[in-house]
Design a protein around this ligand. Structure first.
Ligand SMILES: Nc1ncnc2c1ncn2[C@@H]1O[C@H](COP(=O)(O)OP(=O)(O)O)[C@@H](O)[C@H]1O
Ligand SMILES: [Mg+2]
Length: 300
């Protein structure tokens, strides 16, 4: 299948800080991809570079094998950015009409109303009178106006109420079923898991995992054995075991991440380590996600 997006060694540095650090991946036609990561992970910066709205410090981003700045490419892309900014003093229906006029094969006004859940009342409102949630809905209509093959949504549901979220994701599913390629960013693991067929997990400017939600969840939901150590325990004592993926200290406890808690316990007793308050945890997804993307860990 065709690569719709291809980014290669993409890097963006802002005043010495690497916001995006040597990221490469490609996205095929018809994929629904979640770019998942905590705030500051580099999701928006990556999207802006894919869209040609921000120049990379290094590497390149191609959309339909071209630079996304080109008009012929622009016409095939729909975008809803994190901050939806709308021209003041236009009515919603006027601004949507204006956007539709930019494209060779726009969706009809009725189709856009059906897809976004905008009401007649909303359409007659002036843009400066809209609430945050209504603005998002208009932003969604503008992204769909040109009937694009490829859609980008940057944290689309932030500021939406539950009903608006539901309408939004239902429409995204509809668009996906029509074979459109959809790329959205989110910091909600649940959202990524519910909607996407692929998750690209970002942390601190890098891709830390890329795969099917099932596989990512498998990776994230490691089990752990944790305990309080009454004397120094070198990390090496556990990290060298084949079924142990990580060892770290948090909140005064040592955590041994593993897919075989029995073996870790056996080892713990075998070594006759002086520890107390041993706990075994079956990985919870949200917690594992936090652990993976956590900013600071204590030194051991
Ligand atoms: N225009 C900018 N100038 C300086 N730093 C920026 C700019 N845009 C983003 N950053 C920094 O780059 C990092 C990644 O930001 P961003 O891509 O917005 O993350 P995300 O969208 O995942 O929350 C953050 O540390 C952010 O503060
Ligand atoms: Mg962002």
């Amino acid at each position: 299948m065709e690569d719709v997006v291809k980014i290669n060694q993409l890097t963006k540095v802002f005043n010495d800080k690497k916001a995006v650090d040597n990221v490469s991946f490609s996205i095929k036609s018809g994929e629904v991809v979640a770019i998942l990561g905590p705030n500051g992970a580099g999701k928006t910066t990556t999207m802006l570079m894919m869209l040609g709205l921000l120049n990379p410090t290094n590497g390149e981003a191609k959309v339909f094998n071209e630079d996304a700045k080109q008009k012929s490419i622009r016409e095939r892309i729909g975008v809803m950015l994190q901050e939806v900014s709308l021209m003041d003093r236009l009515k919603v229906k006027e601004i949507i009409g204006l956007f539709r006029s930019y494209y060779p094969n726009p969706l009809s006004m009725d189709q856009l109303i059906g897809l976004t859940g905008l009401s007649q009342e909303d359409l007659n409102k002036r843009t400066e009178k809209l609430s945050g949630g209504q603005k998002r809905r208009v932003g969604f209509a503008l992204a769909l106006a040109g009937n694009p093959d490829l859609l980008f949504f940057d944290e689309p549901t932030v500021g939406m109420d539950i009903t608006a979220r539901k309408v939004f994701w239902e429409t995204v599913r509809k668009l996906a079923n029509q074979g459109k390629t959809i790329i959205f960013s989110t910091h909600y693991l649940q959202e990524a898991d519910d909607i996407a067929d692929r998750i690209i997990l970002f942390n601190k400017g890098s891709v830390v995992a890329d795969g099917k939600p099932e596989d990512i969840k498998g990776k994230l939901t490691k089990q752990s054995v944790s305990f309080i150590a009454l004397h120094d325990i070198p990390r090496e004592m556990f990290i060298q075991l084949s079924h142990v993926s990580d060892v770290f200290k948090k909140d005064g406890r040592i955590f041994v991440m593993t897919d075989d808690t029995d073996s870790v316990l056996a080892r713990l007793f075998e070594l006759k380590l002086n520890v107390k308050d041993i706990r075994i945890e079956k990985g919870r997804l949200e917690e594992a996600f936090e652990q993976l993307t956590e900013k600071t860990r204590e030194a051991m």
